[in-house]
Write a protein that binds this ligand. Sequence first.
Ligand code: AN7
Length: 348
Amino acid sequence: MKSGILLRYRDYLPFTRLTPPLSLGEGDTPLVPAPALSEATRADIWLKVEGCNPTGSFKDRGMVVAVSKAAEEGAKAVICASTGNTAASAAAYAARAGLRAIVIVPAGNIALGKLAQALMHGAQVLAVRGNFDQALALVRQLVERHPVALVNSVNPYRIEGQKTAAFEICEAMGKAPDILAIPVGNAGNITAYWRGFRQWREAGHIRALPRMWGFQAEGAAPLVRGEPIAEPRTVATAIRIGNPASWQGAIAARDESGGLIDTVSDDEILAAQRLLAQTEGLFCEPASAASVAGVLKLAGQGKVPPRTRIVCVLTGSGLKDPDTALAAAPRPTEVAPDLAEIEGVLGW
Ligand code: AN7
């Protein structure tokens, strides 16, 4: 049975006798070798499949901690701004814990699956006519005025939970990878992984730390440009964020690890998403493919030495965003229920 991250890593988390042992079976996600990508880059690439979490994204690792601590502290409601996955996760864990969930998403810029999840789990969903950054600013004001727990990644419990993915990677590989490649939006996750790797080293489980490679979409790359972007744009709606809350955390992860934060274009993101689906058999959402797109881009520039051990984090499931997948896919071939016609179409 999967016990979930709270119990599995209780010694490394703010888990006390008073913390309700909330779990939907999050964590313990597969670390899958990527032979096609490895051959294409001459590196040794592995994929951390975070879409295998209960709500289909890495957000569950942080949310199980944030919601259990909110419950422990007596909260009756949780609130977040979200590009979608945080909303889905908050809605699910709040439902499980018996708390009210309020989520504020950018109207028209949230993937269909994520919206369905938030609604199905019974969250109150407000679609703000604005972007994520505006939604987060509003949520920050609301929690000042009302007794409701903020479960965005500015909540330190979120980062605590998300760092457990770094633990799992080190446990699976027996050491840290040379490079950890990860999409960056609000920058909570790159901050969390870096904390996780450092903590795993302090605990004596690993010696060397990885270099952190973060990738932002070209039209939503404030960390690369060095200033907030007022109107971020990208097909990868999950990372359509112009003013990341964990800005300093991302810069520290980059600089302390000797890593980098670079951009990838929407075309590179979608090409990487297709490549993963069609050669590795893994269907991730567009934002997740930014990690692979980035590694392919830098390999093309000769910046990936042969046999470098790279873990790319696939942050969310491709099922989250069927619209984007279908937009670029061929239509199914419709046929009559007729053997001869089907054989003809198949060229048999
Ligand atoms: C699939 O759900 O910000 O850099 O509100 O859903 O920690 O923000 C989602 C972000 C990467 C970026 N991949 O992580 C939200 C939200 C996927 C994501 C990111 C997100 P951060």
